[in-house]
Design a protein around this ligand. Structure first.
Ligand code: SAM
Length: 314
């Protein structure tokens, strides 16, 4: 089975302070040091909730920032003090962007990603395994509520799609841990996320559970990445459209739905607000209009706090 690897796995990045003089012998001072792109990336990642994010993704955000603010590129070529107002402004801006798409959902010392949990799964009898996995799923906001309806959800999805043999899971989070609820004997599962520690955790899970799966660090907001994914029957895009679109229409989500090489795409949305209130109108008209415009059909599955659109493309 061919798996894509779009981004380097953990780059073995030094966590040491960036702005230490390179050589004490040469007596370089902080203010005389040029800042490389890599140093800037590491400085941005010096926040607990951002430290497991993939370097290449941070680099892309920086390059996009410099494209919009070409004069700020000087930070890489001028002998700026690393504590200059410009440096701080850039770092703050990129961190805010990263938190919007990523950091909100993350903690680098996430107890759910402790590999000893996988060892616990490995050491337990198969009858006990689902209970331990359910506890891990329950520890995460996105998957927590689903534990009570995963069986029904997958049964209803498969009633529309038929039994899939290849599944993609974009921005997977911990959702791949729910594979035992799918009741599928033979399935190849490809999961993608930016979170490096999570990807390592999921790969250990696949190994222990003897699942034909692989998690990969990839930025699935890029069309070149999405269209090059392995051909699949079914693709999960759970709670991801706000991250793709960031309040700027729905072109980014449309790109993902159109480009992904899967006939069936399941897109989900929360139906409770951030403050926990049930939404009065949980349906997302835009995805219904988009599907009609593109000649796709869809079925709607509503659960207590999440709505799923099972889209059939062509
Ligand atoms: C709201 S959570 C959803 C997790 C999962 N889909 C679920 O519903 O259980 C968002 C996930 O998307 C990941 N993510 C955000 N932007 C991404 C990107 N551009 N490429 C890949 N993963 C991304 C985050 O790391 C996080 O795991």
């Amino acid at each position: 089975m061919a798996f894509c690897s779009f981004m380097s796995q953990s780059a073995g990045v030094k966590k040491a302070s960036l702005f230490k003089p390179r050589s004490k012998e040469r007596g370089e001072t902080l203010s005389r040091t040029f800042m490389t792109l890599q140093q800037l990336i590491q400085r941005i990642k010096q926040k607990k909730e951002l430290q497991d994010i993939n370097d290449d993704f941070v680099k892309e955000q920086l390059l996009a920032y410099f494209k919009q603010n070409p004069r700020h590129r000087a930070i890489l070529t001028a002998k700026l003090n690393p504590k200059s107002a410009l440096t701080i402004k850039i770092i703050k801006s990129i961190r805010a962007q990263l938190r919007r798409v990523y950091g909100l959902f993350r903690s680098s010392d996430d107890p759910a990603l402790d590999l000893s949990l996988i060892k616990k799964v490995a050491a337990s009898a198969s009858s006990e395994r689902k209970k331990i996995i359910a506890a891990i799923l329950q520890s995460h906001a996105s998957t927590k509520e689903r534990v009570s309806f995963y069986t029904e959800l997958y049964r209803k999805i498969i009633a529309v799609t038929g039994k899939p043999t290849v599944i993609l899971d974009l921005g997977c989070g911990l959702n791949p841990l729910s594979i035992p609820w799918m009741n599928l004997k033979r399935v190849a599962y490809h999961a993608y996320d930016l979170h490096e520690q999570e990807v390592i955790f999921l790969n250990s899970f696949f190994q222990v559970m003897k699942i034909n799966g692989r998690a990969v660090v990839a930025d699935i907001s890029r069309s070149s990445v999405v269209s090059a994914l392995p051909k699949a029957d079914l693709c999960f895009v759970f709670k991801m459209t706000d991250i793709f679109d960031q309040g700027r229409g729905h072109k980014a989500s449309e790109m993902v739905i159109r480009s992904v090489p899967a006939r069936f795409v399941v897109v989900s949305f929360p139906t409770v607000t951030m403050s926990g209130k049930k939404m009065n109108f949980p349906r997302r008209k835009w995805i219904e209009l988009l599907s009609r415009r593109l000649g796709y059909s869809y079925s709607v599955l509503e659960f207590s706090n999440e709505i799923f659109y099972v889209i059939t493309k062509g």
